[in-house]
Design a protein around this ligand. Structure first.
Ligand SMILES: Cc1cc2nc3c(=O)[nH]c(=O)nc-3n(C[C@H](O)[C@H](O)[C@H](O)COP(=O)(O)O)c2cc1C
Length: 217
């Protein structure tokens, strides 16, 4: 038997904090889809570097280009910085840096140098002015292509960035390797619900475990 859930939030999905279902769709907690975690780096209006921990994202493209489809709350510095500078860097860090990323949320003032807050090292990008995080095993430099307000609520923005350039740490550059293990991509598991009781507020971080390798490619 499958549990069916439609556009209406089920009554037994109680909010864990006020406004939870304004910020998040009930489908997010019902589906429980893991998303890769990363830090977006941009430059604030005062020239200080900004770090934003994020997870709503996907990548797609074809021979004509590769695109990051990411999503930011419109109230964030990151969204305002991207609108102003038309560029950003997506930095993939291993789970060792989870707490450092969270620190950049706690110390998020306009005047804060968020690289200092997270004890990150600035690395110059090749194609954009926004800095890379040196500690990240993968940096993806993007130019803004388009923004969309999918729900029309004025809360969230979908940001499409064209990938200009990437930099991968050597140890992670050999195919099916450390990227897909304990020290590779980390994933956000955002409060998946028990769909029967409506309970569940625990979040988690996951890493990949390679299950099948197709040697034939
Ligand atoms: C695990 C986790 C995942 C997050 N994912 C996102 C996200 O995908 N998009 C977003 O806008 N904020 C996300 N946030 C919240 C931002 O990191 C937070 O609002 C941050 O302070 C924004 O920084 P800024 O104002 O410097 O841009 C996430 C937070 C955590 C802890």
């Amino acid at each position: 038997m499958k549990i069916e859930i439609g556009n209406q939030k089920p009554d037994h999905f109680t909010a864990n904090w006020p406004g939870e279902y304004d910020v998040f769709s009930h489908f997010e907690f019902a589906c429980g889809i893991p998303h890769p975690l990363f830090a977006i780096t941009t430059i604030k209006e005062n020239g200080k570097p900004n770090v934003c921990f994020g997870s709503w994202t996907s990548f797609t493209g074809d021979g004509g280009g590769y695109y990051a489809i990411t999503s930011c709350m419109q109230r964030t510095h990151t969204y305002q910085n991207i609108l102003r500078t038309k560029e950003f860097v997506i930095n993939f860090l291993s789970k060792e840096y989870f707490d450092a990323c969270v620190a950049t949320i706690r110390h998020n003032d306009h005047d804060a140098d968020e690289f200092e807050v997270g004890h990150f090292t600035i690395q110059e990008s090749k194609t954009v002015a926004s800095p890379r995080i040196e500690e990240a095993f993968l940096n993806i430099e993007c130019s803004l292509q388009q923004t969309l307000d999918l729900s029309g609520n004025g809360r969230n923005a979908t940001i499409i960035g064209k990938v200009n350039h990437i930099a991968m740490q050597e140890e992670y550059a050999t195919g099916i390797d450390d990227k897909y293990g304990e020290n590779g991509f980390m994933f956000n598991i955002n409060s998946p619900k028990n769909l029967i009781t409506g309970e569940g507020q625990a979040s988690a971080v996951a890493v990949c475990k390679v299950a099948l390798i197709n040697e034939e490619g």
